[in-house]
Design a protein around this ligand. Structure first.
Ligand code: PRP
Length: 186
């Protein structure tokens, strides 16, 4: 029994992801070279992307981790976000780079951007690996985008279904038989 068995199709393979992450790292290095940015990543899905991205940035960086959960359930998304783990250090006056694995409705980041802005950072930029614009409810200014993807339920490279599949080394589409019934959110 392997998690690969539940993958209908590989959307982005390991090499494609690695080469795009290297490009994003090079862009961030060029743009933030001497600004000592803090990368704020949103657990858990962004973990794998963050780990690869910081190693593609040839400059001093620090990281901080937040974990949030949406109050929405089922197919209803409320836009209300609960902070499960807050920043561990101040960001006042710092250049913040928010690192996200996927932006879907945009409601999580919409909330988070206001939350971070209240802490008076010098600037806030957004890097996301996957942009799924089809379901967007809140407009998000994405500064650095890995890939734009279609409205399909994706797993792997940090992204889960029911907390599984995060360890797949590629981004794949989950077989509908796995969630039998209504497609899951995200
Ligand atoms: C995912 C992703 C974003 C959010 C995006 O997290 O990491 O934080 O959903 O969705 P939105 O644009 O519709 O708000 P998820 O809630 O699946 O938690 P996880 O990262 O722990 O898997």
């Amino acid at each position: 029994m392997s998690p690969h068995d539940d993958v209908e199709e590989i959307l982005l393979d390991t090499e494609t992801i690695a080469s795009r992450v290297a490009e994003l790292g090079a862009q961030l290095t060029a743009d933030f070279g001497d600004r000592d940015p803090v990368l704020v990543s949103v657990l858990k899905g962004s973990l794998v992307f963050l780990a690869d991205l910081i190693r593609a940035m040839e400059m001093p960086v620090s990281i901080d981790l937040m974990e949030v959960s949406s109050y929405g359930s089922g197919t209803e998304t409320s836009g209300q976000v609960r902070i499960l783990k807050d920043l561990s250090g101040p960001i006042e006056g710092r250049h913040v780079i928010v690192v996200e694995d996927i932006i879907d409705t945009g409601l999580t980041l919409n909330y988070l951007l206001k939350y971070l802005a209240d802490k008076a950072p010098a600037s806030v930029r957004i890097v996301c690996l996957l942009d799924k614009p089809a379901r967007r409810l809140a407009e998000i200014p994405i500064d650095y985008r890995g890939f734009t993807i279609p409205d399909r339920f994706v797993i792997g490279y940090g992204l889960d279904y029911d907390e599984r599949y995060r360890n797949l080394p590629y981004i794949g589409v989950l077989k509908p038989a796995v969630y039998a019934g209504a497609p899951p959110e995200g």
